[in-house]
Design a protein around this ligand. Sequence first.
Ligand code: FEO
Ligand code: CA
Ligand code: CA
Ligand code: CA
Length: 651
Amino acid sequence: MSEAFAGSPVDPDDLSSNPSSNEAFQEVVQRRVSRRGVLRTGGMVAAAGFLGAGTAAGVAHAAGGTSGQAVAAAGASDRGRRGLLGFKAVAPSAADTLTVPDGYTAQVLIPWGTPIRAGGPAWKKDASNTAAEQAQQIGFNHDGMHYFPTSRGGDSGLLVLNHEYVDTTLLYKDGGAAVTQEKVDKALHAHGVSVVKIERDRRRGWRLVDSRYNRRVHGNTPMTFSGPVKPGHPEIAAKGPVKGTLNNCSSGFTPWGTYVTCEENWNSYFGTDQAGWTPDTEQKRYGLQASSAPYNWHKADPRFDIAANPKEANRFGWVVEIDPFDPKSTPVKRTALGRVKHEGATFTESRGRVVAYTGDDQDGEYVYKFVGGDSWRRLRARRQSPLDHGTLYVAKFNDDGTGTWLPLVFGTGPLTAANGWKDQADVLLRTRTAADTVGATKLDRPEWVAVHPHNKDVYLTLTNGVGNGGAVNPRKPNPYGHIVRWRERHGDNTALTFEWDIFALGGDPAYDPSVKLGPDNIFGSPDGLGFDRSGRLWIETDISNSSQNLASKGYDNIGNNQLLAADPKTGEIRRFLVGPRGAEITGWTIAPDQRSMFVNVQHPGESTAAFGTPTPENPRAVSNWPEYDAAGRPRPATVVIRRKDGGVIGT
Ligand code: FEO
Ligand code: CA
Ligand code: CA
Ligand code: CA
């Protein structure tokens, strides 16, 4: 979610709600950097870390005589090695268009409001569709996504995607005027997940096709709980049945073919007008407050009144598993993965066990790892969920380039009855406080995680943050963000120690001379992240609309949000796509043949300081992508990218 703007909730991401004195990542890096020195080339920076072992790709030619320093690889130069990137970089742009490299095409697919079944209600460009109609249409603000191929080669499959939040100005005909139950329900139905069958036709390209799998999961869909916080647990005993998932940011997919959707800034939907209500310590830790502007759902729907129905908020902040191949299945909140503001959940496996990485996206929060307690195949053979049996850890980054995973287990370390912890369910319901207690390392807004398909290195975007001062890298403040990576001990993702390094720093050398990026790759606020099978790293950006294209924020040369590709071996980064005004680029996924790539264009046309603020009378003030209809409005959408010659993307 981006920062505060007219039609959507005040985004708490930028503001810390972590009162603990846990050490911030900047302090750790600052010390390492000053102690051991850093050599930066081609937009990359590396302090001594796992690269020092010379095992990581990119190290072989990198040290360049700087003995004693482990150094990241070169920039644009291949240095005798053919890199992974073969396209011509796209230039930064502030235009209201979507641009891809020469030789590529971009096709708009399933914009907000598209009926998910044949004969379903058509989208109305004046935003007059009802709540009941919205429940049969693609939701708003597409975010995390995964493509599950169902055919050989992948030209047919299920596309499953999140809908993170709504912009009241664009969702409703009357914009943010007085809230009603009908408007709350329309918003609830615009959140959640869409499951749609899609196919590629050689002549017409990709299209949505009717299928029994096509389904909407939204804020009113019946849900259940599993893991240590079970159905009937008193802390989730709110009024009414368990239903709904909200603020579905990034996502993930499991080795057994299910999708997970992650609940991020769920706190923003709760509020109260009850005089004198104040949040308790735990509610405050998660950012709950009396105001829920601009949504104000609690004014029409008592479900979201935090004073009258406080346990409802405990039903959110989870990782939710959905089986897209069983359209009748009930989504399950998998509580063993903790309750935070989950950005996403990225799965890998090691020694037969499932491993899931998940960032808690708020300034000064942590990154977590769930490790299965047994082989996931064995658990499933016993009809147990691999996501209900395992251990949740939180990361501590040490000064010397090593790191540790600290268990969040009742009875372990300080998480004892003597210290006021009741049981494992209590630890998970209060995951943030548990992580504070064990001494996790604060991070600059941890967003997506991607695991390298070959060497299993783990990459994490830290989108931006206040930082803790200092002129060297990482910055204080850190308006441009960076990407950190680590290698688990012996390359085993279940290991409890790791060595870490910084892969790339965002920014613009015109404002920060330490940034080694140029016209082909200046970027800021990295967010979405994904690896293709060849090991190309795809980086999506989410510069907030209060900074986008503004010189006062050092963002005027970077242009609109974008998608870049990186070669982890050479360190080269190259801009691949630039989005329209007001939008972030997110939801990266790719067909197995790597010839069709899907990304989401989220919140085009949202209020953007550089361009203006939409109104019900003029919803097109910032953008009119993708249709440019003089009487229409901007629509979040998926975009499918292909090479005109049908070749592998990025080469
Ligand atoms: Fe929903 Fe952290 O982006
Ligand atoms: Ca966002
Ligand atoms: Ca994000
Ligand atoms: Ca973001």
